[in-house]
Design a protein around this ligand. Structure first.
Ligand SMILES: Nc1ncnc2c1ncn2[C@@H]1O[C@H](COP(=O)(O)OP(=O)(O)O)[C@@H](O)[C@H]1O
Ligand SMILES: CC(C)(COP(=O)(O)O)[C@@H](O)C(=O)NCCC(=O)O
Length: 318
């Protein structure tokens, strides 16, 4: 008997690194070595190969989506015969703690802002929408930072609704990893952006009912025009988390203002144990319970291997 032909039900088309790199076409590499250096996070610089082979094709694809949305917006303004403000294109960027969201967000911001049709690209990390430590403590959530319930969801939704209604100036609160809390008098102000990149663990979470009135509320991702999930094996992410933790111990934790200052002077082994237990008891649990289950909701999944090198790219079929 002939085996049944296999049917591909996956909503994604998968590209190997080589196939994806070939989609760059003639997009020029717009970043100098010095700019790349400035963009990288704490430990390793993002390699020029990575930018050329992965992030340039992605910026080219996103440019097509953004220009398509701009054309559609102009057509509907004409149809409605009502003047409307500039409408930013919103990109959601999700994935585990330490998988490389903020580094990727900064690379994309730099690349996307080189296109003349969308030069103003703003970046908003969702940690600014965590409840302040005082509130987390009252709610018994101080050890659940990053879990869905640790965010002020209505404030995040209000921010996104303001951005997507074309308001000319919108402010987002700011979280500090140094003091491990919100910065009370600071805000990210975004003013008439072309693109907003919203980066955070939980941006693809399904909607929850707000306890206040039991009304159904939107998904955060309802406000996204495109979303990206960054994925990697747990062991790799743990090693990136630990590398960053041990490096911070020699840098930021030395600052007496740092919440983690007490970890600056303990032995390497004690620090390693502390970092590992924060990873295993908080961030890994959150990855398994809340973050990973949202992966299939993204429009594009970047899967990384060792050294943060992207090995496959899965793009939602249109
Ligand atoms: N593409 C990359 N190439 C090299 N190192 C990277 C890359 N992306 C992230 N890193 C490193 O991995 C660690 C975690 O990255 P980060 O962007 O801070 O993660 P997240 O925002 O997801 O917590 C940092 O030390 C950063 O320097
Ligand atoms: C601040 C974070 C929750 C990330 O927030 P995000 O910007 O992804 O919304 C995370 O990086 C973090 O610090 N988690 C807390 C783990 C701990 O208690 O140390």
């Amino acid at each position: 008997m002939n085996p049944r032909p296999t049917v591909d039900f996956s909503p994604f088309a998968e590209y190997s690194r080589e196939e994806w790199a070939g989609l760059r076409a003639d997009t020029p590499m717009p970043l100098s070595d010095a700019e790349l250096e400035g963009l990288s996070g704490l430990i390793e610089r993002v390699s020029a190969d990575e930018v050329v082979e992965i992030y340039l094709p992605l910026s080219r694809l996103l440019n097509l989506y953004v220009e398509g949305a701009q054309t559609l917006h102009r057509a509907s303004v004409e149809f409605l015969r009502k003047p409307q403000n500039k409408m930013p294109f919103v990109i959601g960027l999700a994935g585990s703690v330490a998988v490389g969201k903020s580094t990727t967000a900064r690379v994309l911001q730099a690349l996307l802002s080189r296109w003349p049709s969308h030069p103003k690209v703003d970046l908003v990390p969702t940690d600014g929408f965590l409840y302040p430590n005082r509130v987390l403590e009252e709610k018994g959530l101080l050890n659940r930072k990053g879990f869905p319930e640790s965010y002020d969801l209505s404030s995040l939704l209000t921010f996104l609704a303001d951005v997507k209604s074309g308001r000319s100036k919108v402010r987002a609160p700011v979280y500090s990893h140094l003091i491990y809390d919100l910065l009370p008098y600071q805000a990210i102000e975004i003013e008439r952006p072309d693109i907003v990149i919203v980066e955070g663990l939980n941006v693809l979470q399904p909607a929850k009912k707000l306890p206040s009135d039991g009304e159904a509320i939107p998904f955060v991702s309802d406000f996204f025009d495109f979303s990206v999930f960054i994925d990697a094996e747990e062991e790799l992410i743990e090693s990136w988390y630990m590398e960053r933790f041990m490096r911070l111990r020699q840098t930021a934790f030395r600052d007496p203002a740092s919440y983690f200052h007490r970890y600056a002077d303990i032995s390497d082994e004690e620090a390693r144990q502390t970092g590992l237990s924060i990873w295993r008891e908080i961030n890994l649990v959150n990855l398994r319970e809340n973050v990973l289950p949202t992966r299939q909701r993204a429009d594009l999944i970047l899967t990384k291997g060792a050294d943060h090198a992207v090995e496959t790219v899965a793009l939602r079929k249109l």
